[in-house]
Design a protein around this ligand. Structure first.
Ligand code: NDP
Length: 456
């Protein structure tokens, strides 16, 4: 019975991943995954003959309460931090389980799996903590590097593995092995910190995905130690999907994963146009000018970015698109795979405003349409439309495919200032004669444009 219930849970997790692969089915995927997890917890409670039920129930209640409140209150833009914390806690839990099970674990492969879980779970825990601090701006988002960093990192990892070998040789039993196991955890925590410190802010979500894969592997190893099939299945799914997501995000940014992780050690300073140079003239316009441009266009492409999420302007942008469509303007949205701060960020936001899915056009499909587009309306996006990705070798985003809004007849940027995007580099397109800037919070600017279009 227990194995059958675990099988059902495992199938739920697989269906959840399938559901999460498309915005249309993501909500269903989430629910199916949660149902699988609830079923797994019920099985543990009903079949394991657990001791200490009361403290366990209290811990479950506390975790559920904190998780539910935090998840409901969190801003969409802070989801990566939340994922980082959840992920770190998972890695830490896997390491704790392994630590407690060491003495009763069989020698050989199970013991090796427990030590693997100790190291990887601890790295994931502390690494996720640093990613949280970076994204929450509790510390600098810039890469933190120091002379000999790669050697210190490599040396510390070697020490963690060395203590792991001591545990293995001591069969995980006795005072020496126990002390070595605690040392494995402590040194691995340092490894996790050293692993994430050199990663720059814009790359942190990719590292979160990688640490997520680490947590999956640690959980799978803990499952092997405990002889729990479902933990092995769930951990492997997380490990595999986290690895694939990491690769896809790196590919969408046009960067090898090694460059993301260790690029700061070899960087020779920000090549290309760094932001903060001398002021150059730009064409600043008012909402009425933008309304005329849009209202009399034949085809408009909206390119949303991180600023749309910050401003929570998804409903207002949809209102504008509906108004324009009613005037006979063809409107679509060009979605860059890494616009915003997490994969699928723009899809989620626009789905929240019930933008029809057929208006959401992927980057590769929208680019050929841009030369036939009258106006590209860039709402809080910057890096994902920055031509430096094509023209400035050495710039942090060089090689990243972009939405080529410069091909459109006119470009309108909605942003608050001349500050750069996440990559911290100037966008030459802002100074192009065909570009107009409407300064202000995206939601407020869009509301003014909506009012002006209505008045046309
Ligand atoms: P960017 O961070 O490049 O630019 C966002 C722009 O929005 C800024 O220029 C900012 O300008 C503007 N902005 C911020 N708040 C507001 C507001 N309230 N109203 C109007 N404008 C606002 O975002 P993109 O989406 O173009 O690019 C995403 C970046 O994040 C890329 O560098 C990508 O590599 C990176 N990234 C994305 C991941 C993902 O999975 N999506 C993962 C990892 C990294 P101003 O301050 O002047 O208003």
């Amino acid at each position: 019975m227990r194995d059958f219930a675990y099988l059902v849970s495992g199938v739920c997790f697989i269906l959840a991943l399938k559901g999460l692969s498309s915005p249309r089915t993501a909500r269903y995927g989430n629910l199916v995954g949660a149902a699988g997890a609830v079923l797994a917890v019920i099985v543990v409670f009903t079949t394991k003959g657990l001791d200490h039920i009361l403290p366990i129930l209290l811990a479950v209640a506390a975790g559920t309460a904190v998780g539910a409140v935090v998840a409901r209150r969190v801003q969409m833009t802070a989801i990566p931090q939340l994922v980082a914390i959840f992920n770190g806690v998972g890695g830490g839990a896997a390491a704790l389980v392994a630590l407690l099970e060491l003495a009763s674990t069989d020698d050989g492969l199970p013991l090796a799996a427990a030590i693997f879980s100790l190291i990887v779970g601890s790295v994931s825990f502390s690494g996720s903590g640093v990613t949280f601090a970076k994204l929450q701006e509790l510390m600098t988002g810039r890469p933190v590097i120091f002379p000999g960093g790669p050697f210190v990192f490599g040396g510390t990892l070697a020490i963690a593995i060395g203590f792991g070998i001591v545990v293995f040789v001591g069969d995980g039993q006795g005072t020496a092995a126990s002390a070595a196991a605690v040392a494995v955890v402590l040194v691995s925590l340092v490894v996790g910190v050293l692993f994430v410190l050199p990663v720059g802010g814009a790359d942190v979500p990719i590292v979160i995905s990688l640490l997520n894969a680490f947590t999956g592997l640690a959980v799978a190893a803990s499952g092997y130690v405990l002889g729990n099939t479902l933990l092995i299945v769930a951990g492997t799914l997380v490990g595999a999907s986290g690895t694939l997501l990491t690769r896809m995000m790196a590919a969408a940014m046009g960067r090898p994963i090694t460059n993301i992780l260790f690029g700061a050690f070899t960087a020779r300073g920000p090549a290309g146009a760094a932001a903060g140079g001398e002021a150059r003239p730009v064409r600043s316009v008012g909402p009425e000018d933008v309304a005329i441009l849009l209202g009399y266009a034949r085809k408009v492409v909206v390119v949303p970015g991180y600023g749309l999420a910050v401003a929570q302007a998804q409903h207002t942008v949809r209102e504008l698109a509906d108004l324009l469509a009613a005037r006979g303007v063809v409107v679509s949205y060009g979605i860059h795979p890494v616009a915003g701060r997490m994969p699928g960020h723009m899809n989620v936001l626009l789905a929240e405003a019930s933008v029809p899915y057929d208006q959401l056009v992927e980057m590769d499909d929208i680019n050929p349409e841009l030369p036939y587009t009258d106006v590209a309306l860039v709402v809080g996006a910057n890096d994902v439309v920055n031509p430096a990705a094509k023209t400035s070798p050495g710039s942090p985003i060089y090689g990243m495919p972009i939405i080529e809004v410069g091909q459109a007849g006119a470009v309108v940027f909605l942003k608050r200032s001349m500050r750069p995007g996440f990559a911290g580099i100037e966008n030459e397109l802002m100074y192009d004669p065909k570009t107009m800037l409407l300064f202000g919070d995206a939601k407020e600017s869009l509301a003014k444009v909506v009012a002006a279009v209505k008045a046309l």
